[in-house]
Design a protein around this ligand. Structure first.
Ligand SMILES: C[S@@+](CC[C@H](N)C(=O)[O-])C[C@H]1O[C@@H](n2cnc3c(N)ncnc32)[C@H](O)[C@@H]1O
Length: 203
């Protein structure tokens, strides 16, 4: 087991947060409260962190794939899946976005609470991947947007969270160009930024 830093609670569930793993925050909860997983769906949680969104999804989904570039996160998410009794429904892979998949499973829903802070320097520690969006803040988001279409069924959807610090309008436009119907369906406002929940449907 990794080094436990904290235990956090969401509804009746609890989750370990290991050292070096993103602690669920407002962005996580914005996505969590908008999760619309239907019975039997196949869900991918990109950048799963401590696994909270994958685990919440697993109660209804038939299968969840959770990935993270941070191996500490994958270990933490697996421990939380076991703790919450859904280990048998979730597969975990460590790697960059869709890179670790050796085939193209088609999902009903892809989740991404994306790293979005503009940063000049390369990530120094694994935890830095949680917010490191490259120089523009959009590097990981843009790569995600260029690949996600191929992993979704027609009628399938994306639920992603993004900050106004990395240009939400550009994401909406990129999604429309790729053949999605995209809109902001919820948001949180802070004095320095706005975080938006973007829902996009492949049509
Ligand atoms: C803001 S955190 C969200 C964690 C969790 N989903 C949540 O909502 O609490 C972003 C997560 O994405 C992961 N991540 C960042 N870049 C990634 C990439 N290129 N591929 C896969 N995961 C990535 C980070 O390691 C981190 O766990």
């Amino acid at each position: 087991m990794g080094e436990l830093v904290k235990e956090i609670f969401y509804g009746s569930l609890s989750f370990y947060v290991f050292r070096g793993v993103y602690e669920p925050a407002e962005d996580t909860f914005l996505l969590a409260r908008n999760l619309d997983v239907q019975e039997g769906e196949r869900v991918m949680d990109v950048g799963t962190g401590c696994g909270i969104l994958a685990i919440l999804s697993a109660f209804k989904a038939s299968w969840v794939l959770a990935t993270d570039i941070n191996p500490l996160a994958v270990r933490c998410a697996r421990a939380n899946a076991k703790r919450n009794g859904v280990l048998g429904k979730i597969d975990f892979l460590c790697g960059d976005l869709f890179g670790p998949l050796n085939r193209k499973p088609m999902f009903d829903l892809v989740l991404f609470n994306a790293p979005y802070l503009p940063m000049e320097e390369e990530p120094k520690e694994l935890i830095d991947y949680a917010w490191h969006g490259g120089r523009s803040g959009r590097e990981t988001i843009n790569r995600f947007l260029s690949e996600v279409f191929d992993y979704l069924k027609y009628g399938g959807r994306i639920l992603m969270v993004q900050s106004s610090l990395s240009n939400i309008e550009e994401t909406l436009l990129a999604l429309e160009r790729k053949g999605f119907r995209a809109e902001i369906t919820d948001e949180e406002r802070f004095f320095f930024e706005r975080i938006a929940l973007i829902k996009a449907i492949k049509s």
